[in-house]
Design a binder for this molecule. Sequence first.
Ligand code: NAP
Length: 473
Amino acid sequence: MVSATAVALGGSTSHSQVTDWYGPVMTTTAIRDAVLSGASGEDLANLPIPESYRASFVRRDEVDMFEGLPSEEKDPRLALHVDEVATPELAPDEVYLAVMASSINFNTVWSSIFEPLPTFGFLDRLARESEWSARHRRDEHILGSDASGVVLRVGSAVRNWKPGDRVTVHCNHVDDQDPSAHDDSMLANNQRIWGFETNFGGLADIAVVKANQLMPKPTHLTWEEAAVNALCNSTSYRMLVSNNGARMKQGDSVLIWGATGGIGGYAVQYVLNGGGTPIGVVSSPERAALLEAMGCEAIIDRRAEGYRFWSDEHTQDESEWRRFGKKIRELTGEDPDIVFEHPGRSTMGASVFAVRRGGTVVTCAATSGYMVEFDNRHLWMKLKRVLSSHFANYAEAWAANRLIDQGRIQPLLSRVHTLDEVGEAARAVHRNEVEGKVGVLCLSPEEGLGIDDPEKRDRIGEDRITVVRRHST
Ligand code: NAP
């Protein structure tokens, strides 16, 4: 078992076998080689866990580095470091995961620009909860809320998983001894997002995850295709399909902001699968073409239409809301039953206005600003409702993962970076330059590896699985 203090941070330990006074020190290279050569679970379980591993992190002493700069000028490349970090000890309910691939989520962007808050406060609060959670308090925060990989070791209390299992990871981190976690675990008092509000996330060669975050890896996907889904796919599933969300029905029309983005792209697929009509909003002709390739027929290019919902910083323009509503009626003949909302301040007024009488605006975010404003008369007089949603509980994440495994929902992978390029990748997401999801290769040395069932892949169809990759800019 490793010692949490054995390795100094930021040291020069290389990404290969090294030696010190007590002989060879196992590094992640041996783990990667074993996974790639198809080593058995028993063989993997016999590999020593290295005392350090390569990871992407932000630093506590740099949280003020962007002070005074506007959000758009904060550059994730300056804040995201990739270096060796000390391996934490394993709690009884956790596993060590060899991370083959991970993905960039918007929360990695928030962490790397230290907005709306630096994430070290989350780690410090978690550290006060128990002896094991004290490990999370460090001067580096290892980020990443998605992963695909192979289980290397299981803690003594883990029953359902074993070394060698090929898995994906969802990011709902809960204390299962807390009674408030036993109805809907998203309502648990100490619910957290792994790799954002906890340490030891997935943008790394090794991750530490609770056993109740694990799900079987979809067998027809590559490591990078499997790694990009859990966070966004589960979020969209809860927002639209689950009993905790908008409970979309067959025939519903659903307005989807950012319809070729992470959560928006899964939302489009859920509406199409559920017998509804998606109305996708995007900001370029290229994104409109991608949306069409995904099967969405009602498309609004918000930039081409030139909507100005805010006439100045303090004033919204109802005539622009009306112009937007009219456009939706032109496309589908009716007002949307549901609005899938996440841009926040820039769009919330229009969303509440546009949704039909008695309809639901379901929101999980506020990319453009969290102090939102809408005309409450449109809400109450027309009996509309605003429903909040946040990630997904284990059952919802599992159901969403199963749909990927069945080939009913496709991965949204649009581009792939190496772990060393994580800053570049996060910057592109921050600047809204990316469609779908960005995959990050961690231990996997190249794209295309990890497919366990090529016949199933053929059955589902390469064209469907790679639609975003082939049509993204
Ligand atoms: P993403 O991949 O960057 O996609 C966001 C999309 O939103 C973009 O493609 C863009 O589309 C659209 N957009 C951005 N700014 C806009 C604006 N001012 N007005 C209208 N549309 C705008 O990000 P994501 O992964 O989908 O995440 C979206 C948001 O949800 C983020 O804030 C993220 O933190 C949050 N989120 C929350 C949860 C949760 O559990 N609560 C889970 C996942 C994500 P166009 O420019 O093409 O219109």
